[in-house]
Write a protein that binds this ligand. Sequence first.
Ligand code: FAD
Length: 399
Amino acid sequence: MTSFQLSDDHEDLRRVVAAFAREEIAPHAARWDAEHTFPVEVVRRMGELGLFGLSAPPEYGGAGDFTSLCVAIEELGRVDQSIGITLEAAVGLGINPIAGAGSAEQKQRWLPDLVAGRALAGFGLTEPEAGSDAGATRTRAVRDGDEWVIDGTKQFITNSGSVLTSLVTVTARTGERPDGRPELSAFIVPAGTPGFTVEPAYAKLGWHASDTHPLTFESVRVPADHLLGEQGKGFAQFLATLDDGRVAIAALALGCLRACRDLALEYAGQRQSFGGPIGRKQGVAFQLADLDVMVRSAHLLVYAAAAQRDAMTSDNPQQAREFKQAREFKQAAAVAKLYATESAVTATRVATQVFGGYGFMEEYPVARFYRDAKILEIGEGTSEIQRMIIARGLGLPVE
Ligand SMILES: Cc1cc2nc3c(=O)[nH]c(=O)nc-3n(C[C@H](O)[C@H](O)[C@H](O)COP(=O)(O)OP(=O)(O)OC[C@H]3O[C@@H](n4cnc5c(N)ncnc54)[C@H](O)[C@@H]3O)c2cc1C
């Protein structure tokens, strides 16, 4: 495992984001959740703070440090999981596919606004019949002269229909590979392109202040230069993007874990029963001890994986070493995602239990964290898919 230590700069950033979350998000989080409001002005303020550019390439206005992004997502997620996922998806699913596979023109056209948080991009991989099995994509793109014509449906797409959304990237079949499997390519579809419809937002269990829509594409024409990366490389590009996203989701889960430990600890010291605080009972105290173990373990896994990611971007001319690094990072990302997200779900259950009946009331944040946590085990690869990746990384021929 890569050793790591968060630098003074990371801790300074943590203080800045924590103050922003405390002052500008915490007072409104319950209302945004209850009213299902996507808080556009706060997202713009996050842009002004530079949060969308933390890991983006410096030549497009970013700071190029993935660990910083994880710190920011963790601090936002400690207060409001919806705002945390808005940043996570905007970078991991919005900026990264273009920064990683885009042409110079595409980067120049789209990245400055995305990096500054003046615009958001969605990432359209999942379809009604293709989620974990994303290679089963049915959306098609057919070349017609200087254009591609796209037809299909995408589902559960984050940041895809907000007033700030400037584009979505989507995977589509562009042919058949020699082995008979579909050839998948990726395309940039600007918001407002005729035939591209953002359907009404979902009614979700949690993440109420995050923007999620089904999308339909009916004879959507985009210029040939909207192909993202090479034809036939769309699936591989998206899978590479997901490794970073998994660590970032683990950071979001770490924020949830810390919130649950801290809220439950405070309550356990105050709530009286049988003549004293409930925290003096081992039945409560030991559960809080377990939460602390989860927080510390998740912290180590998240920031060790983030440090590995940052090390991969430094100069490394030896291809073999790069490949080994990428493989080890894939494993570290899946382990961090699996552990942190499953722990977060457990932590919300424990925290709600410590709060007793009050934990079931929306006036206490633990109820919101309880609803918000479940999706962490599903999005950007379910727990089962993480276990599959980890087992394959161990050399097992898992199907
Ligand atoms: C709020 C929200 C936001 C999202 N945002 C985005 C987004 O921005 N972009 C995007 O592209 N997608 C997004 N998704 C989709 C998300 O990534 C998928 O829901 C997820 O990957 C699971 O796919 P599925 O829902 O089709 O479930 P399925 O793939 O149908 O899985 C159903 C169950 O079967 C299990 N399963 C499937 N295959 C296997 C296997 N081989 N071995 C063992 N178990 C298996 C799964 O683990 C799961 O428990 C979002 C989803 C939600 C709910």
